[in-house]
Design a binder for this molecule. Structure first.
Ligand code: UFG
Length: 324
């Protein structure tokens, strides 16, 4: 199969590219390299470009006859999205529309879309399934939900087949240790904990210790990037027998508090990791844990990395590279 991976040089996209290549699929990457890394895509073909460039997208589909598209390109910082909503809607919604229109012109009818737990907003019950109300509390989550809506409309109007995968907290790195999570500035917990452990970051801060959780810090469901990659491939297989627009939640179904993540990292790294307690970070829901029952049942997906220490260990190997 030939797959176009938009955003294939980024954190999750590059793990996807590696997985596809390992399964002997042909891969074309479209990426503007704004946050991604050229060296992360192995032998996949790279077309450097931006989703705002409708002509470049059309040209791409004219040259490459692809069987499916996986769409990872997005701005994804919740805090920035609140301050710069136009930027987020322009990039995440308008950019995706350009991609969808180019796909339609080229008669490409299968898309896997990176969605997010941020579509749910503040959880109304604990194990979040796909039927949980979607009331995003920031433009980032709203932009992803708008695309989900567009995909549902496109299924009816144009017969587009799609699967939107709502990731909970993507974490970890490939076990080879040569690709991983690298954002500047880094806002995510596990990279910040590991940078602190290695003395490569600033002071580690724990945002909020007065949440209604077992130790007062936020609970999240960490799912390994390679498990996200396997779900995408399952999603493409699913679309060969299912039309319409589908959504699936992807997580391990088990939540860990911020302090539990730090404790697990201490066990992995073998040293104490100093942190300070800081005020709550605006927009953080107290608990986000997925029910991935639907993905297990309908996609036949189950995560291979279910142990938080193992997930952190894979990330640690990547963070130990001298590159940092
Ligand atoms: N945290 C800290 N210190 C840090 C970084 C994070 O205490 O240095 C805390 C956060 O406050 C939060 C938890 O660790 O309670 C996890 O934070 P992350 O930034 O790692 O992840 P988020 O849960 O905020 O983000 C994830 C996805 C987003 C998605 C969001 C939905 O990465 O794409 O869930 O709420 F939008």
């Amino acid at each position: 199969m030939k797959v176009l991976v938009c955003g294939g040089a980024g954190y999750i996209g590059s793990h996807m590219v590696r997985h596809l290549l390992a399964q002997k699929h042909e891969v074309v990457v479209f990426d503007n390299l704004s946050t991604g890394h050229r060296e992360s895509i192995g032998e996949a073909a790279l077309i450097e470009g931006d989703l705002s460039d409708a002509k470049a997208l059309q040209a791409l589909f004219a040259v490459h006859r692809v069987d499916a598209v996986m769409h990872f390109c997005a701005l994804s910082l919740v805090g920035v999205s609140v301050k710069e909503p136009y930027l987020y809607y322009q990039n995440n919604v308008a950019g995706t529309l350009n991609l969808l229109q180019a796909m339609r012109r080229a008669n490409v009818d299968k898309l896997v879309f990176s969605s997010t737990a941020a579509v749910f907003g503040n959880p109304e019950y604990e194990l979040i399934d796909e039927d949980h109300p979607t009331r995003p509390i920031n433009p980032y989550g709203a932009s992803k939900l708008m695309v989900e809506r567009i995909l549902a409309d496109a299924a009816l109007a144009y017969g587009l087949r799609s699967v939107a995968l709502r990731y909970f907290n993507a974490a970890g790195a490939d076990t080879f240790g040569d690709i991983g999570e690298s954002h500047e500035p880094e806002t995510h917990l596990i990279p910040n904990v590991l940078r602190a452990a290695l003395g490569k970051g600033g002071q580690l801060r724990v945002f909020g210790d007065d949440y209604p959780t077992r130790d007062g810090t936020c609970v999240r469901d960490y799912v390994h990037v390679n498990d996200l990659a396997t779900a995408h491939l399952r999603a493409v297989e699913f679309m060969s027998t299912h039309d319409g627009a589908h959504v699936f939640n992807l997580g391990n179904g088990q939540g860990f508090t911020v302090l539990e993540v730090i404790a697990a990292a201490q066990r992995t790294v073998g040293t104490q990791i100093a942190f300070e307690r800081a005020p709550r970070r605006p927009g953080d829901p107290p608990v986000l844990v997925a029910s991935s029952k639907r993905a297990r049942e309908q996609l036949g997906w189950s995560p291979a990395f279910t142990d938080i220490e193992r997930i952190i260990e894979t990330a640690y190997r990547w963070h130990c590279l001298p590159r940092y």
